[in-house]
Design a protein around this ligand. Sequence first.
Ligand SMILES: Nc1nc2c(c(=O)[nH]1)N[C@H]1C(S)=C(S)[C@@H](COP(=O)(O)OP(=O)(O)OC[C@H]3O[C@@H](n4cnc5c(=O)[nH]c(N)nc54)[C@H](O)[C@@H]3O)O[C@H]1N2
Ligand SMILES: Nc1nc2c(c(=O)[nH]1)N[C@H]1C(S)=C(S)[C@@H](COP(=O)(O)OP(=O)(O)OC[C@H]3O[C@@H](n4cnc5c(=O)[nH]c(N)nc54)[C@H](O)[C@@H]3O)O[C@H]1N2
Ligand code: SF4
Ligand SMILES: [Mo]
Length: 723
Amino acid sequence: MKPDSTIETRRSFCRFCHAGCAIDVDVAANRVVAVRGVLDDPMYEGYTCIKGRHLGDQHHHDARLYNSLKKINGSFAPISTSTAFDEIAQRVAALIERHGPRTLATYCGTAAFQNATGLPVAKAFHRAIGSPSFYTSVSIDQPAKFVAPMRHGSWQAGVQPFESSAVAMVIGCNTLVSTYSFPGGLPSFNPLVRLRRAKANGLRLIVIDPRRTELAQYADLFLQVRPGEDPTLLAGIIREILANDAIDHEFVSQWVNGLAELARAVEPFTLDYVAHRAGVPADQVREAARLFAAGPTGSVSTGTGPNMAPHSTLTEHLSLCLNTLCGRYMRAGEPLLNPGGVLTASAPIRAQVNPPMPHVLHRGTPQRVRDLYIHHGEAPTSTLADEMLLEGHGQVRALLTVGGNPVVAWPDQSKTVEALRSLDLHVVIDAQVSATAQLAHYVIASTLSLERPDLPTSIDPWFGEAYTNYTPAVIEPAPEMRQEWQLYTELAARLDVTISLPGGDIAPGASVNADDILDLIYVRSKVPLNELRQQHGGRLYPELATTVQAAEASTAVSATARLELAPDGIESELAAVFVEHSSAEVIAGFDPSRHTFRLTSRRLKSVFNSSGRELHALRNKEGTNFAHMHPDDLVALGIVGGDTVELASPRGSIRAIAKSAPDVRQGTVSMAHAWGGLPDNDGDVAVFGSTTSMLVDTESGYDPFTGIPVMSAIPVQVRGITG
Ligand SMILES: Nc1nc2c(c(=O)[nH]1)N[C@H]1C(S)=C(S)[C@@H](COP(=O)(O)OP(=O)(O)OC[C@H]3O[C@@H](n4cnc5c(=O)[nH]c(N)nc54)[C@H](O)[C@@H]3O)O[C@H]1N2
Ligand SMILES: Nc1nc2c(c(=O)[nH]1)N[C@H]1C(S)=C(S)[C@@H](COP(=O)(O)OP(=O)(O)OC[C@H]3O[C@@H](n4cnc5c(=O)[nH]c(N)nc54)[C@H](O)[C@@H]3O)O[C@H]1N2
Ligand code: SF4
Ligand SMILES: [Mo]
């Protein structure tokens, strides 16, 4: 920093992860010199984490990409971004001409979500060119969250919120580290303070996780379940609640179908069976059922753990059933402090059921593999590598990767890398040359969060009270950098395509800026964007609060607008679970005598998936993605923390550094994903880590509705490596 440069403080919000914490950014000479939480922000009250406090490093580190790159004879050379767009558009046009629009796919990763404009414009571009090949990280995250309610139905007014509840059951979610949670779970906005307040108000917390997590430290009841056995445990808890007749009869009789069928399906899951299979003592199962059903308020929520384990839509369904059986929903007249978010249109929210729609799950545009379909306009990412490799009509030959890192994040790393290497055209827009960008034909230098105006959109409906926080760009991007939406508007200009957004069209070549795009997308915002732009940072909008409306008369008597406890397939899937010895049996090649451990997913505080490792301060905090194991398991294997181990699943093997972790259940290896790099980059695992997706098989054990493979509770053999 030059001595004469003055420091100016600008208000914004952090987008390193999804949590959107309000921050003050000190800027001098267009560089971020410090980041602090905003103490008087009404939602975050000054909270930030170590990643947010290193936002400046993220923007200015040595490997930051300031220019776009083109691969020539196997190595990258700088190219002007505008020339890159000319060349890319030409190649896209030729590929579409030859193979049809489906040949062009987009994959939007996490950085397209912490970003109000990236995802909507990408989607609109795909609609405009007629390409259904639209993929995001959601389908390798918690896709059951979208599919399970299509079979069960959903309650329009939502579940009872965590903070004002008497009890909460959290299954495989660790918000104190991930600052992430769906409604019903611990809100991710300053989570520890909210947890402490809720506990001071009498909340009783039940945590179900194979690891005694940071959140589990606060649990009144902790069930250290065997990885992958949540369906058994939840079936047992439901059976116990039914046996004690502890359900909300009034709610169930008015709004619910399938009670007898569900009761029949869970009947075999006795306390003894559950204790044996899920590894949770019978008295704890009984106590969890008693505590949850006693409520009288509070819901079940799940995180990525069970959503990535075998039978993920079944687990999600059973968790919805628990909420439904106990009637843990907002009722007519109760307050809605953030009715559907600030940035969406006003609409009455009623105490009634959005009916199940199971018929749409196997209808629409099919994928060419595994009998999977496109839901919600999004195709399952677990099939994208196959769609690139499988020849024939519909093959994906060109990919746009937007703020994602498939090489380390997509399931089955070997197949992913083979598929990416086979593409005719791969364009990555990223702020650094990620492992994925190394394989691309073009890398477009992207802006980072503080270089663009934005709104916290993906979490907008999740705030407990109506809140939003418009931010202008707080520093200027370098001239060659582009925002994600510009990849699409620049292609559209060159392909003569009109992109339609809710507020109007973007004609090919029209001159638009990021604020114009925000206006076009969020035209129905309850508070006009121009009003939001007048605010200095985050604010509550208490004037938007309403109450839950009574059900429409026609719905209240309709037999079809009911929540379904036993939709088609649930009884047979529970019966199939019952006869398994272990959920790992769904995976081809599983050998119980060899694969005696289960590898579970987890998040690390100082990095965000593959982001953050490029910054020394953050990397040094974590070291690597250790294979955390119980000390007794280390002794039994004859190894100590710091030793290298080989983890071998039926699909692949990796090396990792063992770490003694008494908080991990025996028989479990708890390890973070998205470390390592290209498989032939045989780096030191103690420094680079390793990629757990190498162990993931996409072709067996996947969920039949979402295609998500088994990405947690993966059966592995663990071996110490000597010498
Ligand atoms: N085995 C296993 N696999 C998993 C998981 C697991 O638990 N286990 N988790 C899954 C989950 S939940 C997810 S969400 C996915 C994540 O999958 P991805 O989203 O594909 O992976 P990330 O590492 O989050 O990729 C983010 C990329 O965006 C770049 N980036 C950061 N900021 C910006 C920006 O502002 N603009 C642009 N253009 N780029 C930016 C980063 O440099 C990085 O390369 O992985 C999934 N894969
Ligand atoms: N610091 C940081 N924050 C992040 C991320 C990050 O990488 N770092 N990633 C972001 C992303 S992309 C997402 S999707 C969210 C995810 O947010 P969370 O869902 O909270 O993710 P985790 O912290 O991994 O918590 C998952 C928990 O599931 C448990 N688990 C694993 N397998 C099983 C199982 O079979 N059964 C049960 N019951 N539990 C199991 C794990 O032990 C772990 O405690 O976090 C986001 N936030
Ligand atoms: S929790 Fe997420 S949004 Fe908040 S400071 Fe940390 S990285 Fe930024
Ligand atoms: Mo995620």
